[in-house]
Design a protein around this ligand. Structure first.
Ligand code: UDP
Ligand code: MG
Length: 354
């Protein structure tokens, strides 16, 4: 009677009892004990307690939510406090609406929205200014960068580097992009002496100090490691996973190939001479001027001893060198004046923030 009652009121227990009676008791108990325990996973030991993840984006509405979930997953139970900062670089689709929605659900998801499209460099710079973490991660919004790499970047950063860049060794992009990027990386490596393979990887980790002390503007986001290195920071890299673009299309068209080279010249000039233009233009100017004076001095001497100047084409070379020299020198001087009176940070008009 009592047995029947048990069966009716608690069928689950009855089934369990039945199973247990079919097996050897002590062994089974032990297995059940282990079976229902969570496997032991050591938490990562990194010294950065707070992390800022900066994500510049334009028109990436489909990718935002999957990206945020993937970031949450990759940092779950890792004892790291983190904020996600979206910089909406003038999206025309629903990106901003989605970000605002995420922001109301979770205050650690912040955003800045530009009035218009200022470019990826401007977006990164605004993120850098507003990041509060001890370490900063930048990543693209298009799901090409894998959030699972965040911890690997941080571990490398913790080895004593100031900037760790991702290296998309197996790059999932069109062939032409892969080839041109290889070429630019090769040239940049030679000209700057920085031994990394992928200067323009969107996925990077920085110490807070670095992002507060570099200024990314124009199209210089491609050369952030160069800017950091020239400020004296230690730069390294790790290989990261790269995925093909899942939604939408690339925001950088064919113009990237032409801009790439100009940017390299800019960055070389910017990192070496921007604060001392006279060293560049002054040197060139003085050199040209000096050669011009020698050439024309020699001709003057010959004129004095009786050789006429009427059929001496070298005279034009001398004059040209002197004029060019004076012009370069003047540009250098103007540059120096600009540096001394330089205006403060370029202002970006922020439409909205949260
Ligand atoms: N992006 C941006 N402003 C721009 C162009 C791009 O914020 O003017 C963002 C873009 O939304 C993406 C990241 O920068 O999150 C990288 O862009 P994309 O994926 O188009 O570059 P690719 O992977 O083709 O080099
Ligand atoms: Mg991309």
């Amino acid at each position: 009677m009592e047995n029947n009652k048990n069966k009716n009121t608690n069928p689950k227990e009855a089934v369990t009892n039945k199973n247990v009676s079919n097996m050897k008791q002590p062994y089974n108990r032990k297995r059940r004990y282990y079976k229902y325990r969570r496997p032991y996973k050591p938490t990562v030991n990194i010294s950065f307690k707070k992390l800022s993840i900066i994500i510049p984006l334009i028109d990436e509405e489909e990718s935002i939510k999957p990206l945020v979930s993937a970031i949450h997953r990759s940092l779950l139970n890792k004892r790291i406090q983190y904020e996600i900062i979206f910089i909406d670089d003038g999206s025309k689709d629903n990106s901003l609406k989605i970000i605002k929605e995420l922001n109301t659900q979770n205050k650690n998801i912040k955003y800045f929205s530009f009035q218009k499209n200022y470019g990826k460099s401007a977006a990164l710079q605004v993120g850098f200014i507003n990041a509060t973490g001890h370490a900063i991660i930048t990543m693209d919004a298009d799901l090409q960068d894998d959030p699972a790499e965040i911890l690997n970047l941080l571990k490398k950063l913790d080895e004593g580097y100031d900037l760790v860049s991702g290296w998309k060794k197996k790059r999932q992009d069109p062939f032409i992009k892969k080839i041109s990027s290889r070429f630019f990386n090769f040239i940049t490596r030679i000209l700057t002496g920085i031994k990394i393979h992928d200067f323009n990887c969107g996925l990077k980790a920085y110490r807070n100090d670095v992002v507060k002390n570099i200024r990314v503007y124009g199209e210089l986001h491609r050369y952030v490691p160069v800017l950091a290195r020239w400020q004296g920071y230690k730069v390294s890299e790790i290989v990261v996973k790269h995925h093909p673009r899942r939604y939408g299309k690339t925001k950088f068209g064919i113009s990237r190939f032409f801009k790439g080279f100009i940017d390299l010249i800019t960055v070389l000039f910017a990192t070496r001479y921007i604060k001392r233009p006279m060293h560049f233009f002054g040197f060139l100017g003085a050199f040209a001027f000096f050669i011009g004076i020698i050439v024309n001095g020699y001709l003057t001497y010959q004129w004095i001893i009786g050789i006429p100047l009427s059929n001496r084409p070298m005279l034009f070379l001398g004059i040209l060198l002197i004029i060019v020299g004076v012009q370069f020198f003047s540009i250098g001087l103007l540059g120096e004046i600009l540096v001394h009176n330089s205006m403060d940070e370029k202002e970006y008009l922020i439409k909205d923030k949260g």
